[in-house]
Design a binder for this molecule. Structure first.
Ligand SMILES: O=C(O)c1ccc[n+]([C@@H]2O[C@H](COP(=O)([O-])O)[C@@H](O)[C@H]2O)c1
Ligand SMILES: Cc1cc2nc[nH]c2cc1C
Length: 345
């Protein structure tokens, strides 16, 4: 297999740090990935930012969530006030935060510190008709890309994507099943915490929705039919961030479903994506496996909002720091392995 000279330089740089070969585990892989994304042996993470896309879902009126749909609006108000988990973790870890109204049912005040990109006040109920029109989908893909272009212009080179949308695990599960070919039951979970009875009903409703609207295996058509405005904007944002050469952090189950759609449209997006954590939501582990992903953290989270990204970011920072700052055996005068021994292993 062809290995570039940067790849070789990086392997050597990591292997000759003062540690047993491979002893920094996943940190070594992260440092390598980020350096390859930035095409340099001395990567820098600048202006790290979390973007939370919010949208309402027509399917939420079918009782597929443990919480009422108005929580989407209320939680965005909470993000604006600075009181949500994502606000806390961004502050703790020195991350910027942008919140996007991709399609919340109610309107925010015009001067609220959010990005106004509402496709419509919530998607249509995909138990009866496709979630969105072609025009709405195109708008969302463009808006997501625009958010990223503006971040990049402001010198950010690492971005984490999260979401807020009551009912959106339903969209994510259907997208996962259609685009991976895995059985629906393996892709549906309890979301915000459904009871056994409501969980069984959610699975029936989603199976019925697929009977009504069809087995769409084209990623764009699947997204239009079963997606959400926040998921569609994440897809546009992920593709734009790949094109802009940014390091992309993905949050939980719903964000990973957006990454799956983006991957099916443009497989090279995976080159720039780091999956921040493995969520508790049933289906996430399977989806990560499908994508060949090795998540940074496993904290039993199932919150969303980009919280996994904000928590994983310090690990990325440490990976880059060891690559840039740690001494080599030669620099520190420590006895290491010869190049031959290293390559043999
Ligand atoms: O990120 C995850 O893995 C995750 C797992 C379960 C639920 N959520 C969050 O909960 C909401 C969706 O859950 P539900 O039950 O309303 O479909 C949405 O706002 C997500 O951010 C998020
Ligand atoms: C309170 C609450 C906060 C959330 N944050 C993301 N999804 C959420 C769902 C609920 C219900």
């Amino acid at each position: 297999m062809y290995t570039s000279s940067l790849e070789q330089t990086l392997r050597r740089k990591i292997d000759f740090k003062t540690k047993p070969l491979g002893a920094l585990g996943l940190l070594e892989k992260l440092a390598f990935r980020i350096a390859m994304i930035q095409k340099t042996e001395t990567p820098v993470l600048s202006d790290p930012t979390i973007v939370v896309f919010a949208g309402d879902h027509g399917i939420a009126s079918e009782g597929v969530s443990a919480y009422p749909p108005e929580v989407t609006f209320q939680m965005v108000e909470n993000f604006i006030a600075g009181g949500a988990a994502i606000n806390v973790f961004c502050r703790q870890n020195g991350l910027g935060l942008r919140v996007v109204d991709a399609g919340v049912r109610y309107d925010f005040s015009e001067n609220a510190p959010i990005i106004h990109a509402k496709a419509a006040p919530g998607t249509a109920n995909f138990l009866r008709e496709p979630a969105m029109t072609d025009v709405q989908l195109a708008f969302c893909l463009e808006q997501g890309a625009l958010v990223v272009h503006n971040l990049r212009r402001d010198a950010s080179n690492v971005v984490g994507f999260g979401e807020m949308g009551i009912g959106n695990t339903s969209s994510a599960s259907v997208l996962m099943s259609l685009l991976t070919g895995l059985p629906l039951d393996a892709c549906v979970g309890r979301g915000t915490g459904l009871s056994n009875e409501k969980f069984a009903r959610k699975k029936e409703i989603l199976a019925e929705a697929i009977r009504v609207n069809g087995v769409q295996t084209d990623p764009r058509e699947a997204l239009r039919t079963y997606g959400g405005f926040e998921i569609a904007q994440m897809v546009g944002a992920i593709r734009a961030a790949r094109s802009a050469g940014m390091t992309i952090l993905i949050d939980g189950f719903i964000s990973t479903a957006a990454a799956l759609v983006a991957f099916r449209m443009q497989p090279n997006v995976l080159d720039n994506i780091i999956f921040s954590h493995r969520s508790e939501e049933q289906g996430h582990a399977l989806l990560l496996d499908y994508l060949g992903a090795e998540p940074v953290l496993q904290l039993q989270l199932r919150l969303g909002e980009g919280t996994g990204c904000a928590l994983a970011y310090p690990v990325l920072k440490n990976a880059v720091a060891f690559l840039n700052q740690m001494s080599s055996f030669e620099e520190a005068g420590v006895s290491g392995k010869t190049e031959e021994q290293r390559i043999e292993e």
